[in-house]
Each structure stands twice: as C-alpha cells, then as structure tokens.
Design a protein around this ligand. Structure first.
Ligand code: SF4
Ligand code: MSK
Length: 643
C-alpha cells in the first residue's frame, strides 16, 4: 500500500489505521477496491442484463457490436430496468426497517415488549391524527396499538394512498395524483418493479422509471417516514444534544462495544444495558474501567441523536475501528455491514455478533434479537464483549487521538424553532431569513462513503462551500458523520466557516451552520422540513419552488438511489457524485437529468467535483430565488458592492 493509498481518506484518524493495516498486511476495503480494477464497464454504464437465462446480454457501448439483447431489449430498456431494480432494493431495505419499527411499536403498545415504552406521546397523537385515529379518551397504549396496526397495513395496502403523503404540499400531492405516481402500498410498488422488469414485460424506459419513482415515493413518504416517526414515538424525539465523533471515542481502559448497522430497536436498549451494575462489576473484574458503548454508521446516528452516544465513524471506518485493536465486540444488525468484517476481526481479538435473522455471516456468532426479550439479549451480548476484554492484546492497541465535538439531535419539529426563539415554534423565521437574503437557501447533503472517492473529502468540501455561501445545510447518514468529524456541527464553527448571513443567524440563536437530522431513514425529516417551509408561506406553493437543493456526493448504496428518486420526485434538484449506472443509455440519462424537471419539478445531475457540484446547487438556489422574485442574498450584494 503506497502513501497515495493512505491519502484515500481525508480523515487523519482513518489514515493512521490505513497505515496500520498496511504495516500489518491486513487487507481492507481500499485493497479490495484496487484489486477490482478495472471495474466492469458494462455494469458501470448499466447496459448488461442477466434478467433471464437467454442472457447474460451486453450492449456494445461503441455501437459496433450488439445493440439489443437476445430478447430484443434495447439499451434504454436494460438501463432503466437495472436502475429501478436498484430503487426496489433500496426502498425494500428502508421499508423493511420501517416495518420492523412498526412491529416493535405494536408489541410495546400491547405490552409484549416490556423493555420499551412509548416515549414520544405528543408525536404519537400527531401521527395518529394523520392516520385518522380518534385519540379522544384513549390510552397511549391503545393509540399506539391502533397506529402500529395502521402503519403495518400500509406495507401490504393495495389501493388508495399512503397516509403520510398527505403531509406533502397540496400542489405536490395533486401533481403525483395527476401523474399516477402517488404510492398505493409500500410493498406493492416494490413488487410491481420486480414484475415490470421481469423478462418481457415493460420495455418503455420512461414508463419503467415512472413506476420506479412511485416505489421511491413509497419509501420516502412511506417506509422511511414510518421508520422515523415511529422511532420518535417509541424512543422519544431527539433534542439537540452534545456528543463526540471519530475513532478517538474508543477507550483504552474500557470495554469497547460497537453497535453497527441501522435499526435502533436493539441499540437503544444496549445503551441501557451498558449501565447494568452487574456488567460494570464484571468489566472491573477483568481490569476494565467501564463499558464504552459507541456507534458506527446509521445505528450510531440513531443513538447519537437520542442519547448522545459517541460515534466511532462512518461506513469506510467499520474495518478501521477493529484495526485499533481495542474493540471487544461489534454487534451488527442490518445494512451497510461489510462481509469483510469477520476476516478483519479474525486478525484481532474482536468478536462480531450478528443479531438479525436477515443478516448472518458464515462462521460468526449469532444471537438473535427479539423485542420481547430486548434487554436480556442486549445484556447477553454485552457480557460476551466484557468477557472478551481479557483477550485484548495491549501492545496491538492503537487508538487515534482524533475526536471532535458536535451538536446533533435536530428534527423537523425542533430544528427551526431555534431561529424563532425558544417559545416560537414556527418556520416563519427560517422563511424570513431566506426571503430577506440573510440565508441564500437550504441544502440537504446526505449519503454514504465510497472508495471510488476520497473518504469524507467530497462531503466536507461540498458542505464548506455551501455554508461559505450562506446556504444552511441539513445532513443525515455517513455524510453527517463526515462533517461532524471536520468540526462543522458546532455552533462555533459558524465563525470559521459560514458566510456572513448564515453566521449572523447561527450566532444569534446558537445553532451550527450544519444540522444533523439523523440516519438514512431520517431523510424523511428533510422532506417534512421542506413541506413545512412551503406551508409557512412566502416561498411558493410547492417544494419545487423553494431555493433548496440536495446532494449525495459519495453515494454507494441502492438506498441512495431510492432516496435520490423520492427527493427529485418531491421537487428537489439533486446532485450525485459519481453517476447512476445509466450512462450507456443516452435516453435514460437525458430523462433523469433533464426531462424529469418538467414532469416532477426536480432532476438529477452528476458531478464528481464537490466544489463544482456545490456551485450547481447554488446556481439552482439562485434561479429559484429569482423565480420567487426575491433579491440576491445579502452576502452576494456585499460581494457585488466590493467588486
Ligand atoms: Fe438478455 Fe433480454 Fe434476457 Fe435480459 S431479458 S438477459 S436482455 S434476453
Ligand atoms: S449507513 S446507506 S453507508 S449513509 Fe446509513 Fe452510511 Fe449510506 Fe449506509
């Protein structure tokens, strides 16, 4: 591994662990990525098909070889089918997460899952109202039970509209209805993708993509939104909270237990189990000073937002945490968990424990999580970690010192109350700040890491450029963790990084210029923030009127494709770093990066340079300001005066 290889992360803590992997000849993600070069060009362009056994078929991108599959499928059909199958998988992952949360809520409400209480009672009533549940005179548990049943029913619903779509601006709902893309049932739309893309069904690329959009909307305004809203009900809505992030959160003198994956059902209980006096005594017996529960990826975001539990890092740091030699146990649930974890763990004393029947590893210990015995199972797993402390090889422990503070815990409900002061719960101050030009606009920067882009670099560069230009940024997922590690999520960072208008607002109300709104499913919070801005008035009648843009600069997951489509179909211009795998079809590329805007008000762009991408977003924001007849942002006026 060369120095260049170490430079493939922007984060100094990660660089140290990459160097350690190199020194000890332990293969990690960047080695595997190098070994995979050159990656398949047909796959990258989206023009290979293995949907039926007459194939696999490949379209020659140079136009000299075959231009259709054995069945006659064109490159447009093939690229569109591949793309929407990615939506199906991404939407399925988010929505299955949502289903599990709905199930947990139902079990808790029925008294079957004793370790959970319905903590977010205000939200319970608000969401119940959206679902048409009469709450008068009913106990919290009864309302929870009815809501849990109604949400679960929406997964298999065959007719009608998902209830949470009613939270979108009226104009947007009407557009979706007119286009026939309002989602009927969460699972139904995903299944229909699989049917339409079976050999010999839909071969009109626009028709295929339009249905993909319907399934994506069923994710954003259905499965993901259910996951977020019901998690807030079950575990309590986050409130702004101080925490720490990066590999430096691992402790040299404590048992380190890392929770990794996505679902909060187990991790939330693990936080309590980690305080168990018997387990703490056991840890002491083995010579540890305590039990250090920390998160990784989106599970980290869930418990960071609600409990201030430190985050060890984002997607590309999962192996690196083990490389510190200080992790006794990593428990994983679902999604974004590299199969390579078990081989890296084999080089250390780290125990990996899988907990979901949906995610097992060959040869890795499995302790199945059941809501009915949540605390008992959490303690059982932590105990394994504590007992493993004695196997830690002290001389192999090497924890990078890097650690940063952040404020997390912003939500649709609380994020902008701060702008109006503690007692003024309204989006008016945010809208006024945009109208007056102190804020130029708002942006959501989200998504994963990917070894084909320098780790964290694109997130950090893009977000710095946006806030420098007075664009308020909201973030989720691994992107949020990247910027937290850079120190962009503290109120003080506004002095250093924000433009004058944004800085003024951050100073006045004490918020960071970059707001952490949660995990990947919590992108639904961003949809609701945008809807609230429309509802507040003065910025148009639809999300597509807002001076706002989205981005996923280092995306890798199929979930990111689903998120991208529901955000675009909600009316937001969205820039992805590396392109979707569709460039082999000029028609599909043109449809999603151009023509979609006239249909749904949002479209995609692909731009790998994060600074250029940030300026595409800013240009879009300025165009929207102009269309709303708003003047240039104050910052721009000052710059214009100086020049
Ligand atoms: Fe080839 Fe058509 Fe079968 Fe795809 S569906 S593998 S293009 S024959
Ligand atoms: S964990 S989906 S790598 S953001 Fe949500 Fe991170 Fe992307 Fe997984």
């Amino acid at each position: 591994m060369s120095e260049k290889h170490i430079e493939r992360s922007y984060d100094p803590a990660s660089q140290k662990m990459i160097k350690k992997a190199q020194d000890e000849d332990i293969k990690i993600v960047w080695d595997r990525h190098d070994a995979m070069q050159p990656q398949c060009g047909f796959g990258e362009l989206g023009i290979c098909c293995k949907i039926c056994n007459m194939g696999p078929c490949r379209i020659d991108p140079f136009g000299e070889g075959p231009q259709e599959g054995v069945c006659g499928a064109s490159k447009d059909t093939i690229a569109a089918r591949n793309l929407v199958r990615m939506i199906a998988s991404g939407a399925a992952a988010h929505s299955d997460h949502g289903r599990d949360i709905a199930h947990a809520l139902l079990s808790a409400a029925k008294g079957e899952a004793h370790d959970y209480k319905l903590k977010g009672t205000d939200k319970l009533k608000r969401v119940a109202e959206v679902y048409g549940i009469d709450t008068a005179g009913k106990s919290i548990e009864k309302i929870g039970e009815e809501l849990g049943e109604k949400c679960l029913a929406e997964f298999g619903q065959q007719h009608g509209e998902l209830r949470l779509t009613s939270l979108a601006p009226k104009k947007r709902q009407a557009l979706w209805r007119k286009l026939g893309i309002i989602p009927r049932g969460i699972d139904r739309e995903i299944v229909e993708i699989m049917h339409r893309t079976h050999m010999g069904v839909d071969n009109d690329y626009k028709n295929i993509i339009n249905h993909g959009i319907r399934a994506a909307l069923g994710d954003g305004w259905g499965g993901s939104m259910i996951a977020t809203e019901l998690s807030d009900i079950l575990f309590g809505s986050p409130e702004p909270i101080r925490a720490t992030v990066n590999l430096g959160v691992l402790k040299e003198d404590q048992v380190n237990i890392v929770v990794h994956g996505h679902e909060p059902t187990l991790s939330d209980v693990v936080v309590d189990a980690g305080k168990d006096p018997e387990l703490l005594a056991l840890a002491k017996k083995y010579g540890a000073k305590g039990i250090n529960i920390i998160g990784m990826c989106c599970t980290a975001n869930e418990i960071l937002m609600r409990h201030g539990i430190p985050s060890a890092g984002n997607f590309l740091q999962q192996e690196l945490a083990i490389l510190t030699g200080s992790v006794e146990l990593m428990m994983v649930d679902v999604q974004c968990i590299m199969p390579a974890l078990s081989s890296v763990a084999n080089c250390f004393h780290t125990k990996i424990v899988t907990t979901s029947p949906k995610c097992k590893f060959p040869g890795v210990e499995h302790v199945e999580f059941k809501e009915e015995k949540a605390l008992e199972i959490a303690k059982e797993i932590i105990k394994k970690g504590v007992e493993n402390y004695k196997n830690r090889v002290k001389k192999r422990v090497d924890i990078p010192k890097e650690i940063k503070g952040l404020v997390a815990g912003f939500t649709t409900e609380n994020a902008f109350h701060f702008l109006g002061g503690k007692y003024r719960s309204t989006y008016r101050p945010l809208n006024d700040a945009i109208i007056s030009g102190r804020l130029r606009g708002a942006a959501g920067v989200v998504g994963c890491n990917n070894p084909n882009i320098r780790h964290d670099w694109a997130h950090v560069s893009m977000v710095k450029e946006l806030i420098k230009n007075d664009v308020l940024v909201v973030q989720t997922g691994c992107s949020a963790i990247a910027c937290a590690k850079e120190g962009l999520m503290t109120p003080e960072s506004a002095y250093k990084f924000a433009g004058p208008g944004l800085r003024e607002i951050c100073e006045a109300v004490g918020i960071p210029p970059v707001l952490h709104v949660g995990s990947c499913v919590d992108n639904s919070r961003i949809l609701l923030i945008l809807s609230e801005m429309v509802k507040e008035g003065g910025l148009g009648e639809d999300i597509s009127d807002l001076p706002a843009a989205g981005a996923a600069p280092e995306w890798m997951s199929e979930k990111a494709i689903s998120i991208g489509f529901y955000v675009v179909a909600s009316g937001v211009f969205t820039v992805f770093g590396t392109p979707h795998p569709v460039l082999g079809s000029e028609n599909v590329t043109k449809y999603i990066t151009n023509e979609l805007e006239d249909i749904v008000g949002g479209k995609f762009a692909f731009e790998v340079d994060p600074i250029k991408a940030a300026h595409m977003m800013i240009r879009h924001i300025d165009l929207k300001r102009k269309a709303l007849k708003l003047g240039p942002a104050i910052h721009q006026q000052k710059v214009a005066l100086k020049t």
